[in-house]
Design a protein around this ligand. Structure first.
Ligand SMILES: [Zn+2]
Ligand SMILES: [Zn+2]
Length: 418
């Protein structure tokens, strides 16, 4: 077997693994790029936090992103026990990505959650071939369960790879030896997991401060060097560890590259999607237009909008409705109007306006905001501009729940005018 010249960093934690890493995911991207890597995965503890932004960063850097998570497993959901074993899941393709995300959702409900989100052993056994499963670290069920446990062999057989790690610690050495033996016996390949938690020795030192703050220690910190390694350092660590033959750890390292090849690249649909409330964009559009003009008449009649502003309002609303139609935003505006009106009918306090929506006359007449743009001379084009393609994400009126329904007039509530 030839000496590996690269490896795929597939078992990886960034500062999204809260209190367990101080490294920004972008730093790993830089290192992998520097060392000629073609792919990178993310396997945060429990939840695939920040995966969309990581994916977009990888797209920019020209790296294949593999969506993953180091999920927690439990033997039984009821009665709840805090066993919380570790297992690495990697999405092989788009179907696997969806499956992984639904598993994470399931793992987070009340029936599953206990200190952390978990899946049951039974659910783990139901995971499809669209997800690559590796046995993870010393917290693996394969390390913590006794071989005679009825679950042991079932779980073992469901792993695609048995994960050996290079830490020079007696427990890891013993575990690697057992994994190498199972690999032969069951024909399941070994794979070299680094369980990387830090991009540099400095970041590793920062992480140890987090560990100390949690009163956590692996006993021998030096043995568990979870700092990013180049392939030669990884090979050297396995050699020094001495748990497996050179043939075995070369193959385990090479298998990381096989995983990278097996995982398909995918692209995210980042197109703008506004809600459709009444079956079609067109229906929403006409309902919104009707609401705008009716609400204007209503506010004029009640004197909320002074008669001297009527012409200015009518002219501005024509223009706004044209832009909303062009940008396909009518359903969105309608949904916000529905939402705010509902909040008001329930006695919830609503902010006056937030951000650039304060420039929209349509938002004012349909009750999305309580700030009259004519009076304050605020500008519509800052909010919605037909020449600018971006989603209206910063502006939604913030509903402020000031405790119980107070019965107070909404405008007198805790307005959050930003
Ligand atoms: Zn782990
Ligand atoms: Zn890990």
């Amino acid at each position: 077997m030839e000496r590996p010249t690269r490896y795929f960093l597939y078992h990886l934690h960034s500062d999204y693994s809260f209190l367990d890493s101080c490294t920004d995911f972008g730093d790993y991207i830089d290192l992998v790029k520097r060392d000629g890597g073609k792919a990178i995965a993310s396997t945060e503890h429990g939840l695939p936090r920040g995966w969309v932004s990581k994916k977009l960063q990888c797209d920019k850097a020209g790296l294949k992103f593999v969506h993953g998570v180091e999920i927690y497993l439990t033997e039984q959901l009821e009665p709840k026990v805090r066993d919380n074993y570790h297992t690495v899941l990697l999405a092989k393709n788009a179907e696997g990505l969806k499956e992984l995300n639904s598993l994470v959702t399931i793992s987070s409900d009340d029936a599953h959650f206990y200190y952390v989100n978990r899946l049951s052993f039974e659910e783990f056994l139901g995971i499809s071939d669209n997800i690559i499963k590796t046995s993870a670290c010393l917290a693996s069920p394969l390390n913590k369960l006794d071989e005679s446990d009825p679950w042991f062999e079932k779980l073992l057989r469901h792993y695609d790879y048995l994960e050996v790690q290079p830490h020079n610690h007696p427990d890891q050495i013993a575990f690697n030896k057992r994994l190498a033996a199972y690999s032969k016996k069951y024909g399941i390949p070994l794979v070299a997991g680094t369980d990387t938690h830090s991009s540099s020795p400095y970041k590793a030192e920062c992480r140890s401060i987090l560990m100390a703050a949690k009163h956590k220690s692996y006993g021998d910190e030096d043995a568990f060097d979870l700092t990013y390694k180049i392939v030669d350092e990884l090979i050297e660590a396995f050699r020094v560890q001495g748990a497996m033959s050179q043939e075995e750890y070369y193959e385990a390292i090479e298998n990381t590259n096989h995983i990278a090849d097996a995982c398909e690249d995918f692209s995210l649909d980042t197109s703008i999607k506004y809600p459709i409330l009444h079956g079609s964009k067109e229906d929403d559009e006409s309902i919104f237009v009707q609401r705008v003009w009716e609400s204007l008449d209503d506010k004029l009649e009640k004197g909320i909008i002074p008669r001297e502003q009527e012409t200015a309002f009518r002219d501005a609303l024509q223009e706004e409705l044209r832009v909303f139609k062009k940008l396909g935003m009518s359903g969105f505006m309608l949904s916000m109007s529905d939402l705010v009106r509902w909040c008001k009918s329930e006695g919830m306090a609503i902010g006056t306006a937030r951000g650039s929506v304060g420039g929209s006359r349509a938002a004012y007449v349909t009750d999305i905001i309580d700030l009259n743009p004519e009076q304050w001379h605020t500008v519509f084009s800052r909010f919605a501009n037909e020449d600018r393609v971006e989603i209206g994400d910063q502006w939604s009126p913030r509903t402020v729940m000031c405790g119980e329904k107070s019965g107070e007039p909404v405008n007198a509530g805790c307005a959050l005018a930003a």
